[in-house]
Design a protein around this ligand. Structure first.
Ligand code: GAR
Length: 214
């Protein structure tokens, strides 16, 4: 049984999509994988209630109660490790992590970023996409490395940018695709089709082996 720990900061719609996918395919009943815990740095994150409803253990670690990024990350690592994670999933987790934390989970931590990387790293990606005039925008699931939004990409989605889009309409369109690609990547990982080898993501699909590189 593989343990997946999901980190959130807010609404948690990606977490919800993953939890529903795990339930739909009966991974826990099959002894394949379970969502071992949902951890939030925001005490009021809406996603916490959903996780609790599904009987998933939840933990809150308010970063404001720590004097440094290092001490918060050390405490976070303790909380996450309590659940013996095989995979850590950042799903709208809005804290920059120290490299010590990232190295600890290297090769077993994924993130979803709301842009087609390497475009628009960091925050306010939808605003940046609108301002830049791109006609296509989307999201990227990638392994987490110490360099912000730069670990090996695994899957990307794309959506059109429409002439009358606002940040809200564009974000909603991208988010719907996030709910499709994030569970799919986790499916690959759970089923041994996605691996991390020497800083690269390797996807084995049938006879084919693809190196996901950038
Ligand atoms: C998602 O769009 C995710 O890609 C983004 O926050 C949103 C969280 O939504 N993540 C980042 O910007 C990370 N830097 P959710 O809480 O409903 O899943």
């Amino acid at each position: 049984m593989k343990n997946i720990v999901i980190l959130i900061s807010g609404g948690g719609s990606n977490m919800r999509a993953i939890v529903e996918y795990v339930a739909q395919f009966g991974w826990q009943e099959a002894g394949l994988a379970r969502i071992a815990a949902v951890v939030s740095n925001e005490p009021n994150a809406a996603g916490l209630a959903f996780a609790a409803e599904k009987n998933i253990p939840t933990r809150i670690l308010n970063h404001r109660e720590f004097t440094s990024r290092e001490s918060f990350d050390a405490a976070l690592q303790n909380v996450v490790d309590e659940f013996s994670p095989d995979l850590v999933v950042l799903a709208g987790f809005m804290r920059i992590l120290t490299s010590k934390f990232v190295v600890h989970y290297e090769g077993r931590m994924l993130n979803i970023h709301p842009s087609i990387l390497p475009n628009f790293k960091g925050l306010h990606t939808h605003q940046a996409a609108l301002e830049s005039g791109v006609k296509v925008h989307g999201a990227t699931v990638h392994f987490v490395t110490s360099e912000l939004d730069n670990g090996a990409y695994v899957m990307q989605s794309c959506v059109p940018v429409l002439a009358d889009d606002t940040v809200e309409t564009l974000a909603a369109r991208v988010l719907r695709t996030e709910h499709l690609i994030y569970p799919k990547v986790i499916d690959w990982w759970v089923n041994g089709q996605l691996m991390w080898q020497n800083g690269q993501a390797v996807v084995k699909n049938g006879e084919q082996q693809v190196l996901m590189n950038h």
